[in-house]
Design a protein around this ligand. Structure first.
Ligand code: HEM
Length: 315
């Protein structure tokens, strides 16, 4: 009986396969033969372990540089997972409160991991070694993480990423170019009076500027904030969804920012005077959330919360 049931299931699968390949104008037998000759899969090929482990290439003789490289690589992988979830929210046709909050909570969990794991960096490399190997990395900086910027661009309107000092003055309908020139992160590498940019910012823009503008255009109507606003009022009021939006905004723009800022202080300020960062920013001013005032979802906060953004965090 079981054999008969198995046989029927087998035939049903063959039938489905045949339909699938017939519909694509392809020959089922060729695919079945391909299956016969295919190599069995194993863990190391599937996960690409050898490739992954071949990507750590220190530039100095200092052993803690490897911690620095690998931790940044782990961060970039998590950034990719975050972008993957944002993509799901952006492209979902029947966006429900449940689907939306589930995906937002996934992203927040990734950012929570990024935040809590900063100690891998802060307590995992000696300051002495860091201050030596970082000279070899100048002018490279985490500031140049393209994926980090993509997360920002896909999360909210580009207007919400404009430097707080220019936000009121710059009309909402200015060109993409103008907006990009006034993004909050320009402040890390640009003298607004002379227009002169640091090599860190200049090289970064050469590599990514066009890509960021194309992405901002693509996500203009489907970034997370826009998708939230496109939901019916009743869904926007869903408590779990609102909580997930607030958690995301706070984790990315205050909690992670503070963990990062505290690491920078640990390495760049331990003996009083702040040292210059590899990216050359006035980092003490630039990195604190109360100066950056980066807020993805302004509508989910009260006016008091907006006015005091990041002010409860120590400098
Ligand atoms: C030793 C640990 C770290 C120190 C001392 C540090 C320091 C800094 C400083 C000073 C800046 C400001 C730009 C500059 O002048 O370079 C910056 C920006 C940045 N770093 Fe780090 N960082 C560290 C670890 C990390 C890690 C692990 C990541 C994860 C990829 C990261 C990602 C970023 C990003 C995305 C920015 C731009 C943030 C923004 O524009 O607000 N950093 N970092």
């Amino acid at each position: 009986m079981e054999n008969k049931a198995q046989e029927d299931e087998h035939i049903a699968w063959l039938e489905k396969l045949k339909n699938k390949y017939d519909n694509s104008g392809l020959d089922t037998n060729t695919f079945l033969e391909g299956l016969y000759w295919a190599k069995p899969i194993n863990y190391w090929d599937y996960i690409e372990v050898d490739t992954l482990l071949s990507l750590q290439k220190p530039r100095t003789v200092l052993p803690d540089e490897s911690v620095f490289i690998m931790y940044h690589q782990v961060n970039e992988l998590l950034f990719k997972m975050i972008l993957h979830e944002i993509g799901q929210i952006a492209s979902e046709k029947d966006l429900s409160a449940e689907f939306f909050s589930d995906r937002l909570n996934r992203i927040s969990r990734y950012f929570d991991v990024l935040t809590s794991s900063f100690s891998i960096m802060k307590d995992g490399m000696t300051r002495e070694q860091y201050l030596k190997f970082r000279t070899t990395l100048t002018p490279a900086s985490g500031f140049q993480s393209g994926q980090y910027r993509m997360i920002e661009i896909c999360s909210t309107d580009l207007h919400n990423l404009i430097d707080a000092r220019f936000k009121e003055k710059l009309p909402r309908i200015s060109s993409w170019e103008e907006k990009v020139d006034h993004l909050y992160w320009q402040a890390a590498g640009k003298n607004y009076e002379t227009g002169k940019k640091t090599p860190t910012l200049r090289i970064f823009e050469e590599r990514y500027r066009r890509k960021f503008i194309a992405l901002a255009e693509e996500f203009e109507h489907k970034n997370i904030w826009r998708r939230f606003l496109s939901l019916p009022d009743a869904v926007q009021k869903d408590e779990a969804l609102k909580k997930a939006m607030r958690h995301f905004d706070r984790t990315v723009n205050i909690t992670w920012v503070m963990a990062h800022y505290n690491s920078a202080r640990h390495y760049l300020e331990a003996d009083g005077e702040p040292k210059e960062a590899t990216g050359g920013s006035d980092w003490k001013k630039y990195m604190h959330p109360k100066y950056q005032r980066r807020i993805f979802f302004p509508g989910v906060w009260t006016s008091d919360e907006l006015a005091n953004w990041g002010c409860d965090q120590p400098e």
